[in-house]
Design a protein around this ligand. Structure first.
Ligand SMILES: NC(=O)c1ccc[n+]([C@@H]2O[C@H](COP(=O)([O-])OP(=O)(O)OC[C@H]3O[C@@H](n4cnc5c(N)ncnc54)[C@H](O)[C@@H]3O)[C@@H](O)[C@H]2O)c1
Length: 313
């Protein structure tokens, strides 16, 4: 297959790209290496893919290029590019979120209208739920994002639905629940925690640390994309969770045991936009995609620790 991965230099996009190449697909990666975090880190994410003969990389902004030309002859789009991060989405930076999350998605979908795409997989987020009334949360729960970021991911997901219903674009949206593992973004909790432990710096904890997350190991998130390409229902939406829901306090304990170091905490009040608990009901993904998460938090944290340790050595 000829596939396009947007956000190919990012955490999830680069990992997905490598898996697609290993499966024998021709991959074109697009990424404009935004400076939300170090572009050098993103270049490093791309190193393996760039050495692969079936990989082409376009260092371009989705808002600037001729997307129709790009989609000609393409079978599958994995749309991972976005301005990620909940906390930075308030205030002046919201424009970056609307541009990279909403407008870029709309441009891609417009271009997909005239193409022969077999699948358009969109990276959505558990943040579309906000503080869900019932957990584990299933796909038909009400959607009340708590952050501007969540609002933009929901808008983009709604656009996917619209373009599916009106123009038959075979969209599938995957609502990821906190993805972690090697290459995790430096603004995400585990990356920050491990880095702080290694440097004997205080760990920033917002609130009492009893908030829980359904953590999803990167390889499981990548596998969900492959399954969505192969078996996803047209217009379908799936929760993608790792089945390892733990509190931040528990995660810190695990990291103490992995690193052999004692955490010093820098406790502050909960951040606006952060939800209290996330927990995915993955029945639909299990039933329709045969999605089964295979990596637990301890094993995944060990791998992330090894990667972060090598990164900052
Ligand atoms: N990491 C998670 O836990 C998580 C959870 C839920 C949803 N998501 C979604 O998954 C996707 C990937 O997340 P990630 O953690 O890998 O983030 P990331 O920031 O590592 O990767 C996103 C990439 O998109 C690129 N990009 C942004 N705007 C672009 C544009 N206009 N044109 C070209 N490239 C652009 C960035 O340079 C970046 O490399 C995002 O859509 C995010 O919203 C991630």
């Amino acid at each position: 297959m000829r596939v396009i991965v947007t956000g190919a230099a990012g955490f999830i996009g680069s990992s997905l790209t490598e898996r697609l190449l290993a499966l024998g697909h021709d991959v074109t990666g697009i990424d404009c290496l935004t400076d939300y975090y170090s572009p050098d880190m993103k270049r490093r994410n791309l190193e393996l893919a760039l050495a692969h003969p079936q990989f082409a990389f376009l260092s371009e902004n989705l808002l600037d290029i001729d997307l129709s030309g790009l989609l000609t002859g393409c079978d599958v789009v994995f749309h991972q590019a976005a301005q990620a991060g909940v906390r930075a989405s308030w205030g002046r930076d919201f424009e970056t979120y609307t541009n990279n999350n909403v407008l870029a998605t709309q441009r891609l979908l417009e271009a997909a209208k005239g193409s022969a795409l077999k699948r358009f997989v969109f990276a959505s987020s558990s943040s579309v739920y906000g503080d869900a009334e019932h957990i584990p949360v299933s796909e038909h729960e009400p959607l009340h994002p708590l952050s501007p970021y969540g609002v933009t991911k929901l808008a983009a997901e709604n656009l996917c639905q619209l373009y599916h219903k009106n123009f038959g674009i075979p969209t599938v949206s995957l609502r990821y629940f906190t993805v972690f593992g090697p290459r995790q973004r430096p603004d995400m909790a585990f990356h920050k925690f491990i880095k702080a432990l290694l440097r004997d710096e205080p760990i920033p904890v917002f609130g009492d640390g009893e908030q829980t997350r359904d953590f999803t190991f990167i390889d499981d998130a990548v596998e969900a994309n492959i399954l969505a390409m192969e078996k996803g229902g047209n217009g379908a939406i799936y929760n993608i969770g790792g089945g390892s829901r733990i509190s931040l306090n528990r995660a810190i304990k695990l990291l103490e045991s992995i690193t052999g170091r004692k955490a010093r905490r820098d406790q502050s009040s909960p951040q606006k936009g952060d939800v209290r608990h996330t927990w995915a009901d993955t029945t639909r993904a299990r039933t329709e995609l045969s999605f089964v998460p295979r990596h637990d938090v301890r094993e995944g944290l060990q791998k992330e620790y090894e990667w972060v340790n090598a990164l900052y050595r």
